[in-house]
Design a protein around this ligand. Structure first.
Ligand SMILES: *Cc1c(COP(=O)(O)O)cnc(C)c1O
Length: 342
């Protein structure tokens, strides 16, 4: 672990966020979406920590993600269902979330076994139709969790109630042992949305989408090392296309972090870093592997020092126009991922 850039990951905050979402889920169990490598934090470490805290239900998108977690012994649902190509190499700890008529038939033909099923209640992304349920498509399946997914959970929309009611109407109509509707934002819509199991993702990792998420803590802080410190004379410029011109002599630190790491060009002249609590604004254009910050306020900042990048998800989304999801999943593979707690 000697990369010049790292993600500091606060394991206490991750667990505290899960416990808060569990409380907000009322009587329902609280699971965890760990797709996209745990939203970029590292799914294995996230699963290990949340399983220890008592989380029992994990969700990934693809079978390769389930295989990477197989030895941890936790129950994993694969949200994209099951293709022919997936049938041969499925860990026993994972089950598919069947989304289409063809997936249901494929699962039946292979002998069935425990599965989950996604029903579309109006998002028109994945899932079988409620009519297919009425027509008996799911008869004979051993369903653990019947799910649906909310399109507009993070806003006030009449679609939420219409999706909730459509989903609630399926209660008792299948063999499902449990029902699950709510993601992070859906949990905050109230008890009627909780059913038996909730499936938060973004809020576990520091995302805040509504007032009920106010107690959610930041989990991820990118940090980068200073490659070079320099003085830029008044009238000189910094970076590609010379978008920054020094109006006075200016101290500049060049960081080992760029858009190839997910620190995108929208932070040019806008983002910020911190050294010993002092705010140091980004100046000029973010390059592929480098970003310049103004260092006048940090006379002690030297080559090799680490700065923390401002990356609180709600604030950074507001600043950049990117979604909290894009911000966290975009952080690349060049970061060492370092947990503050063992
Ligand atoms: C990603 C995902 C979740 C988690 O959503 P968040 O908005 O990150 O809480 C839950 N359910 C399904 C089906 C998902 O695809």
């Amino acid at each position: 672990m000697h990369s010049p850039l790292r993600l500091r990951l606060d394991g206490d905050a991750l667990v505290a966020n899960w416990r808060l979402l569990q409380r907000l889920s009322g009587a329902a169990a609280c699971g965890a979406a760990v797709k996209a490598d745990g939203y970029g934090l590292g799914a294995r470490e996230v699963v290990r920590r949340l399983a220890e805290a008592g989380c029992r239900d994990f969700f990934v998108a693809m079978w390769s993600e389930a295989r990477a977690l197989a030895d941890l012994g936790v129950s994993v649902s694969v949200l994209h269902g099951v293709r022919d190509e997936d049938m041969a190499d499925r860990p026993g700890t994972a089950r598919p979330v069947l989304n289409t008529v063809a997936q249901v038939r494929r699962w039946h033909a292979a002998g069935g076994g425990a599965c989950d099923v996604m029903v579309d209640t109006g998002m028109n992304r994945l899932g079988i139709a409620a009519q297919d349920v009425a027509d008996g498509l799911l008869d004979g399946l051993a369903i653990e969790v019947l799910m649906s997914h909310l399109a507009c959970a993070d806003e006030e929309s009449p679609r939420n109630e219409s999706q909730r009611a459509g989903f609630a109407a399926l209660a008792g109509r299948t063999s499902a042992k449990r029902m699950s509707l709510a993601n992070s934002a859906g949990i905050a819509l109230g008890e009627g949305y909780h059913f038996d199991l909730t499936r938060p993702g973004i809020a576990l990792y520091g995302g805040q989408q509504c007032a009920a998420h106010a107690g959610i803590r930041q989990v991820v802080t990118p940090q980068a090392q200073v490659i070079q410190r320099r003085r830029v004379r008044a009238g000189e410029v910094v970076g590609y296309n010379a978008t920054f011109t020094a109006t006075a002599d200016t101290e500049v630190a060049v960081l080992n972090l760029g858009y190839a790491d997910g620190y995108l060009r929208c932070f040019s002249g806008k983002g910020g870093a911190r050294f010993g609590g002092v705010a140091l604004p980004v100046i000029g254009r973010v390059s592929m592997d480098m970003t310049a910050i103004r260092a006048d306020a940090a006379p002690g900042l030297a080559e090799g020092d680490w700065v923390a990048i401002d990356y609180g998800l709600p604030e950074t989304a507001a600043l950049s126009g990117l979604s909290q999801y894009e911000l966290i999943t975009g952080l690349g593979s060049r970061f060492d991922r370092i947990w503050d707690q063992a």
